[in-house]
Ligand binder design. Structure first.
Ligand SMILES: Nc1ncnc2c1ncn2[C@@H]1O[C@H](COP(=O)(O)OP(=O)(O)OP(=O)(O)O)[C@@H](O)[C@H]1O
Length: 314
């Protein structure tokens, strides 16, 4: 678990880069820091691995005050992923991924097995890429190697600064999908910085929206969309609101607004953890049957929109 308590930092006397930021991130969570350029996301992240020292406040990782720990020891427990991957050009892919386990003096077989397994999981067939050099890879492949390198020693904490920011939209989505599918994320505490709203909602267990160094709201996608804390949050999400709402709301959230109309046993089955967006897509082919809490109800496009509207009005 990572805890920030009243963290502030300024680089000049007249402006606070980060102002009284407090939050907790649990193991298994991906917490996203989201906001416009210059709002203090990167500074916040870099204080967690002591690349920047806060002016005031404390940061604890698993109950330990990071200021009391040697920076080197601290960083060995933290995987750090940057936008421009930072790979060593004269090291092969395998050598780049092996750097931290080597520093930790893992035995050679274990290092190789771990590196090859990560390459497989991240869509880099070892046979094709293990002995390649970074400049022989595409941007997306380099970023996959950067991810594998950060994960190699299985650190309990992962800090990611715009990790997919330099990739084209299609590559970005596929690298993100592979990242999300990594089962080892369940045992890590992850903080990810982005200014991409869609990415934040796709990856974040919770999202922390920042502006001018301050937290404006920290919550789940549904909380931010349906219970915005202030006008800044509301307008920050305005452009993508409908898309985000459909992708964030699950049928279980709107279940009580779907009429108790027995299903006709025609139509596609939809599970109650389907999102409204998935439901909408399925409903383009005709009515469906939703199953929630052992009950089955009929759903079509009109019923879905009425239920969403009722949920928003409550
Ligand atoms: N080393 C530094 N020296 C002086 N000012 C800095 C330094 N690092 C950051 N700042 C300032 O602190 C503020 C917050 O910067 P920060 O990089 O944390 O923002 P950000 O939200 O990550 O922005 P971006 O998305 O553009 O990276 C900005 O006004 C920035 O100019």
């Amino acid at each position: 678990m990572i805890t920030l308590s009243h963290i502030s930092k300024s680089f000049s006397p007249d402006k606070q880069a980060v102002s009284d930021v407090s939050f907790e991130v649990q193991r298994g969570e991906i917490m996203v820091l989201l906001g416009t350029s210059g709002c203090g996301k990167t500074t916040t992240l870099r204080m967690i691995n002591r690349l920047i020292t806060p002016d005031s406040g404390q940061i604890h990782i698993n109950g330990k005050d990071i200021a009391a720990e040697p920076a080197e020891t601290l960083r060995r427990g933290i995987g750090y992923v940057l936008q421009n991957h930072g790979l060593f050009p004269h090291y092969t892919v395998l050598e780049n991924i092996s750097i931290v386990p080597q520093l930790l003096q893992w035995d050679k077989t274990r290092i190789k097995e771990r590196a090859l397994s990560l390459m497989e999981k991240l869509g880099l067939p070892p046979r094709d890429y293990a002995n390649a050099y970074p400049q022989q890879l595409s941007g997306g492949q380099q970023q996959r190697v950067g991810l594998a390198r950060a994960l190699a020693a299985d650190p309990p904490v992962l800090l990611m600064d715009e990790p997919f920011g330099a990739l084209d939209p299609l590559t970005r989505i596929s690298v993100r999908r592979e990242f999300k599918a990594l089962d080892e994320l369940n045992s890590k505490t992850v903080i990810l910085v982005t200014h991409d709203v869609e990415e934040a909602f796709d990856l974040g267990s919770r999202i922390c929206i920042m502006d001018k160094g301050r937290i404006q709201q920290l919550g789940t996608a549904v909380e931010l969309l349906f219970r915005p804390a202030n006008d800044f949050v509301r307008s920050f999400l305005e452009n993508q609101r409908l898309e985000l709402e459909l992708a964030s709301l699950q049928l279980t959230d709107i279940w009580r607004f779907i009429p108790q109309q027995a299903a006709h046993n025609t139509g596609k089955p939809l599970p109650c953890n389907a999102t409204c967006r998935e439901a909408l897509e399925a409903l383009l082919d005709g009515p469906a049957t939703v199953s929630c809490h052992g009950e089955h109800r009929q759903l079509d496009g009109t019923l879905l929109f009425n239920a969403i509207a009722a949920y928003k009005k409550q």
